[in-house]
Design a protein around this ligand. Sequence first.
Ligand SMILES: [Zn+2]
Length: 310
Amino acid sequence: MTRLRRYCLPFLALLLCAATARAEYLPKAEKVADNVYAIVGPLGQRSAENDGLNANYGFVVTPAGTILIDSGASRLGAKKLDQAMRAVTDQPVRWVVNTGSQDHRWLGNDYFASRGAEIVALRRTAATQAAHAQQQLAGLARFLGPRLADTRPLPAPKPLAAAPATLELGGETLVLMHTDAHYPGDALVHLPRHGIVFSGDLVYVDRLLGVLPGSSVKHGRQAFRALAALKPTRIVPGHGHVCDLAQAQRETGDYYDFLVDKVGAAAQDMEPMDAVLDQHAELPAFRHLENYKDLHRANMNRAFTEFEGQ
Ligand SMILES: [Zn+2]
């Protein structure tokens, strides 16, 4: 036994180390169009291995500098995004545009600002960020531990007062418009010249979208219709792979419709909530999506509450 321990334990430790190292998530840029890239993060929960980068990001390379869309959940996460951009371009990050106020959308702002980037966000996005900052850091600490060190919340110091907002840099045009779906003040970024939308947390594919206590499925449905009217050829969703409008419609748009037309309508008709949730517990159209088992009932519950008494 002693001999076994003496020889096997170091070997086991080595194996474990190798397994841990392999589990570390390193973001990688994928080309969506000329000069436009997506970084598609893992679908699961925040962890020390993924540094809270369990969401999608993107960037646009222009002759005047790079525009990064969303900045990660921590200083180390932001650094990883920076490295993923470095693999594609030497252009410095000029702008960081925030599509939302969930932790992984903006807590890397400070890292890029300290390297000379300007933080760009709509005023309501920045206000929600400021309101949630401390709570988000506390929540992240449980997942990231010491890897959250030196992460400082920095909402855009000079947020944009008017929405939608049209911005130009190095010949690229970005339109930033509110969606207000996942968090109040959330936004999407439209690149009209490319027919590309970075949807922020409005669109989820491959996994079921999450309705949080502050989310609005009513706004989500409206915003999804506004997105569809833009007729994008490619969508970089908030979570899941880069997709087309048809997939976004099937996996997000149709689900917002369901939440509003079935669950919301039943709430307005004052039907008993439990019966409504039971009735729609099995939805074949969405059951294949990741997180369905964990989120579907809670999503319906929150949609019901949003429409109650309306
Ligand atoms: Zn998210």
